[in-house]
Design a protein around this ligand. Structure first.
Ligand code: AMP
Length: 277
């Protein structure tokens, strides 16, 4: 069966200062007038969560962050920074991440809270969250401190997810995310074919590419299973609140990006930004 793996991208617009729950103490303000999706309304001050490994949520989050002028905060990056810091959590995190497991809710919320507090101190208002929440508990805590306006559920076939993870390359200097995989899935048994072109690095990054230690076939398959058990229920959490927008990625970024903007009613935003550039 050519099933789809469902990967959630949650957009939250926090309109009110949070009168804070224990773990979070940050203030998020609306940046600009809201724009609407087909099923909901949300502000460019969005939180966007990366769920399923390999779907490209980081790439879409980063693009939306540039488009909307809000910071992009990936909890996976926070974990990797902590891991590289040789701090007290470092070896514990390394073991968890390299086994494809989730870090505990307490640790991830602590890392995220610190990042949000730093941002708040710098005057950041709003953000795009990437990779959070990944458990219902995390979603409940988030809901306790801010309003989620929209969750985008990015969907991609599992075979493409695996190929994308295995083809992922990161520039060790600038952190840019690229992909060497050329994904060409033939139409079969009523399922349409799909082509995703590689996303090559610019020449200045080409000699500095590294792969993530958790992007091996065995660990990616484990992460997909963890996603199904731990993170898929988060989709239901937002679905039951009427905040979930389903989006089947039709192909690579060039094909998908304009369609995603259309689904979010953000085309005008993109046009204005291109005109201003
Ligand atoms: P990512 O870059 O989003 O794929 O995250 C890399 C790894 O960081 C994951 O496989 C988890 O081990 C950990 N991680 C990132 N975000 C979370 C989260 N919200 N909850 C638990 N673990 C996380």
């Amino acid at each position: 069966m050519a099933g789809f793996s469902r990967c959630s991208v949650a957009s939250t617009a926090a309109k009110t200062p949070t009168s804070a729950a224990a773990t979070f103490s940050y203030l998020i303000r609306a940046l600009s007038p809201s724009f609407s999706s087909s099923s909901s309304t949300f502000d460019p001050e969005t939180d966007l969560n990366r769920g399923c490994p390999g779907v490209g949520k980081g790439t879409y989050a980063s693009r939306l962050s540039n488009l909307l002028g809000v910071p992009h905060i990936a909890t996976g990056d926070l974990v990797r920074d902590e891991l590289a810091s040789s701090g007290p959590l470092s070896s514990q995190l390394k073991e968890i991440v390299n086994q494809g497991k989730l870090v505990s809710d307490e640790i991830i919320i602590d890392l995220l809270s610190k990042r949000l507090e730093k941002g708040e101190a710098k005057g950041e208002s709003g953000f795009i969250l990437d990779g959070f929440p990944r458990t219902v508990r995390q979603a409940e805590i988030l809901e306790g401190v801010t309003d989620i306006d929209l969750v985008i559920n990015l969907k991609l076939r599992e075979e493409a997810l695996l190929a994308k993870c295995l083809g992922r390359r990161i520039c060790s200097e600038c952190g840019g995310n690229y992909n060497v995989a050329s994904i060409d899935i033939k139409a079969e048994n009523g399922s349409p074919g799909m082509y995703m072109a590689p996303l090559p690095p610019p020449p200045e990054c080409a000699s500095k590419l590294i792969t993530r230690p958790d992007d091996t076939e065995e660990i990616v398959k484990k992460r997909l299973r963890v996603y199904q058990t731990m993170t898929q229920p988060v989709e239901d959490f937002y679905r039951s609140r009427g905040k979930l927008v389903e989006f089947d990625l039709p192909g690579g970024i060039l094909e998908s990006w304009p369609k995603l903007l259309r689904a979010l009613n953000l085309e005008d935003h993109d046009d204005k930004q291109s005109a201003a550039a």
